[in-house]
Write a protein that binds this ligand. Structure first.
Ligand code: PMV
Length: 301
């Protein structure tokens, strides 16, 4: 049995694909995968109505085939029963958490196979099937959890961030998410159409300021920077009326800031609550909204 975290992107999605930094937090919700011996490679996720086999032509089938292809031969078979506590396709890292949990469970067939580099390579292969050009952020957070500043690369730069004050987040799935690969291509097209606007670099500067404010415990500034990041994502064409409305609802319910999280075009928002305010914001955002806390003080990573 193996667990992997879901994630919420606090700052920097999309720009991270183009080399800018991003900040993400692992959730204590995620995906648990259990391996059963079998002569086939099969993935069953009852909560998502999913039952696929490697080679059945489905996208998830191709993803687990790609994942297994990176593993040692003895780890390439099994029936994997998966129990998620995050919704699929909402920008909360479900596909990466699924890949990491399945890779860990697959490698559990033999004690000497447990190797996080193998897990990372397997998850990246799976993410490529889903996302085309993944930054690697999702599976990095799925593997390690915590609060990190991430920059794409081979290898990526992953800096644990310690928050001086606890961040009280409200995450709310708003509507079905869009295809991440299509959203990433749409952003690339818009940026190419209007060279020189530096929207991605502006997001990078927001991320750097946000990292400093998180370290210093300036929570109000962090909230304001979330609003600014949402505006820049809207400028890139990845927000929707539903996501915009949910951000306004969160702010009206007292949030210090709110933004879409993940690829956009639908999916989820994340709001930052002042001390004690999270439950009221979650109630305003409706069923499905949940509170996620990033510990502050002497917490490291
Ligand atoms: O797939 P999602 O919705 O968790 O978002 C991924 C974040 C992007 O920056 C849009 C893509 C990436 O690979 O980092």
């Amino acid at each position: 049995m193996a667990f992997a975290s879901g994630k919420v992107l606090l700052f920097g999605e999309h720009a991270v694909v183009h080399g800018e930094p991003a900040i993400a937090a692992g959730l204590d919700r995620g995906v648990v995968a259990t391996r059963h011996d079998a002569d086939e490679l099969r993935l069953v996720v009852p909560a998502w109505d999913l039952d696929v086999r490697a080679g059945d032509g489905s996208r998830v089938g191709r993803a687990i085939e790609a994942l297994a292809g990176t593993l040692p031969a003895e780890a390439r078979r099994g029936r994997f029963e998966v129990s998620p506590s995050i919704p699929p396709g909402a920008g909360l890292g479900s596909s990466a958490a699924l890949a990491v949990a399945v890779a860990r469970a697959a490698l559990s067939v033999a004690n000497d196979l447990a190797d996080e580099e193998l897990v990372a390579a397997a998850a990246l292969a799976s993410e490529r099937v889903f996302h085309g050009n993944p930054s690697g952020l999702d599976h990095t957070v799925a593997m390690r959890g915590g609060l990190i500043r991430f920059r794409r690369g081979t290898p990526p730069i992953v800096d644990p961030l310690s928050a001086a004050e606890t961040l009280s987040l409200v995450v709310a799935p708003v509507e079905p998410g869009a295809d991440t690969g299509a959203m990433v291509r749409g952003v690339a097209r818009r940026v190419d159409h209007h060279p020189g606007l530096e929207l991605l670099a502006a997001i990078g500067r927001v991320v750097d300021r946000a990292a400093a404010c998180i370290r210093d415990g300036d929570i109000e500034a962090v909230g304001e920077l979330m609003d600014i990041n949402h505006g820049l994502l809207a400028a890139l064409g990845v927000s929707t009326p539903g996501l915009d409305a949910a951000c306004h609802r969160a702010r009206n319910a007292g949030a210090l800031g709110a933004k879409l999280t993940g690829a956009g075009g639908g999916g989820a928002i994340v709001a930052l609550a002042a001390a004690e305010g999270a439950d009221e914001i979650a109630a305003a955002l409706g069923p499905g909204a949940f509170v996620a806390t990033v510990a502050g003080g002497n917490h490291h990573g």
